[in-house]
Write a protein that binds this ligand. Structure first.
Ligand code: HEC
Length: 104
């Protein structure tokens, strides 16, 4: 019984040990924070940081992540559909995160 308690205590201690060096957020993006796909496809109309210009709206607007990706895949009005060979879902998720949390 005493042995079991000791082992349990050790296991709990390991689980709760704080990591002194948490890994940095890893994203496949260049210095501005947006993906290569974004720069090649989206920036032409929506601008380098997606702020929009002229008749092109600032993005992501009020869209959530899945709506954002859906609009890219199906296109909308004068915006052409863009498939995964030009910008991947992973890039879109990363770009969405940057547009909603990092751009100011
Ligand atoms: C040829 C120009 C063009 C390109 C390239 C383009 N867009 Fe658009 N985008 C538009 C236009 C125009 C609209 C407005 C469509 C409408 O509602 O009629 C729009 C709308 C959007 C919206 C909806 C905004 C809102 O608030 O309703 C999102 C999100 C969006 N674009 C994201 C992207 C992303 C991400 C890319 C790159 C994969 C991209 N767009 C590429 C022209 C473009």
């Amino acid at each position: 019984m005493a042995v079991t308690l000791t082992l349990t205590a050790v296991a709990c201690g390991d689980d709760e040990a704080p990591n002194p060096n948490p890994p940095r957020e890893q994203t496949e993006t260049s210095t501005s924070g947006l993906s290569t796909g974004f720069k090649e496809v989206c920036a032409t109309c929506h601008g380098e940081e997606g702020r929009g210009k002229g008749r092109y709206p600032s993005i992501p607007g009020n869209k959530d992540e899945s709506a954002f990706i859906a609009i890219v895949r199906s296109g909308r009005g004068d915006m052409p559909a863009t498939d995964a060979s030009r910008i991947s879902d992973a890039e879109l998720r990363s770009d969405y995160a940057w547009l909603t949390t990092k751009r100011r």
